[in-house]
Design a protein around this ligand. Structure first.
Ligand SMILES: Nc1nc2c(ncn2[C@@H]2O[C@H](COP(=O)(O)OP(=O)(O)OP(=O)(O)O)[C@@H](O)[C@H]2O)c(=O)[nH]1
Ligand SMILES: [Mg+2]
Length: 199
């Protein structure tokens, strides 16, 4: 059980009602497209104008997930968003606490955002050791200004033992895949934990 004011997987997944509610977070440096990915996923829209996220916000969306036994489950993802400018460590930790999963994003046109990935990953792992992680290499529509190619992304994937997607919040490429995959991983993890706690 978490003490924070935000919902956590532990108190909200209820097998009997066939409904699952998971808190997941979007992490990554400022302006990599975290808010844009969430907006594309929840509203299917995109805004070219950059409006820095101040503090934290959230959005939610229901997704259908096929579990490992082939059953379709309804999963409500509560997706929390935090401004990448937030540098205060304790604030970041509070934000991550109680999350069942994270999408960690970078901007393929800005290598420094790729270089910061390990920091985000490490602090997430510290706070949520067993939670699922999916990497989003975002802005892949920027073909001419892309600097980080696919290979370093795949290295990160192996290193973090996470899933990796090349996304564009602008075109919508792979955005649904990222969230669907995260929902699936979180469902698997939470149910495995539940099973082992019942034994
Ligand atoms: N071309 C392109 N631009 C994008 C993409 N995703 C986001 N952007 C643009 O990048 C800028 C930053 O996007 P945000 O979604 O606000 O980034 P953020 O990570 O939420 O930034 P902070 O809230 O400051 O941490 C905006 O101008 C977006 O329009 C993308 O996939 N392709
Ligand atoms: Mg934002």
């Amino acid at each position: 059980m978490t003490e924070g004011p935000t919902p956590s997987a532990a108190d909200s997944s209820d097998e009997s009602s066939d409904e699952f509610k998971f808190r997941v977070v979007l992490l990554g440096e400022a302006a990599v497209g975290k808010t844009s990915l969430i907006r594309r996923f929840t509203e299917n829209s995109f805004d070219e104008e950059y409006k820095q996220t101040i503090g934290t916000t959230f959005a939610s969306k229901d997704v259908s997930v096929t579990d490992d036994e082939g059953h379709t489950r309804q999963v409500r993802l509560i997706v929390w968003d935090m401004g990448g400018q937030t540098t205060y460590r304790e604030l970041r930790r509070q934000f991550m606490k109680g999350s069942s999963g994270a999408i960690i994003a970078y901007d393929v046109s800005r290598p420094e955002t790729f270089m910061a990935m390990n920091n985000w990953f490490e602090s997430f792992r510290e706070t949520c050791p067993n939670a699922a992680v999916v990497i989003a290499a975002n802005k892949v529509d920027l073909l001419d200004s892309r600097i980080v190619p696919v290979e370093p992304g795949l290295m990160l994937r192996d290193w973090f033992q996470a899933d990796y997607y090349e996304t564009s919040a602008k075109t919508g490429a792979a955005v649904t895949d990222v969230f669907d995959k995260l929902a699936k991983l979180v469902l698997r993890q939470v149910r495995a934990e539940k099973k082992s706690s019942e034994m």
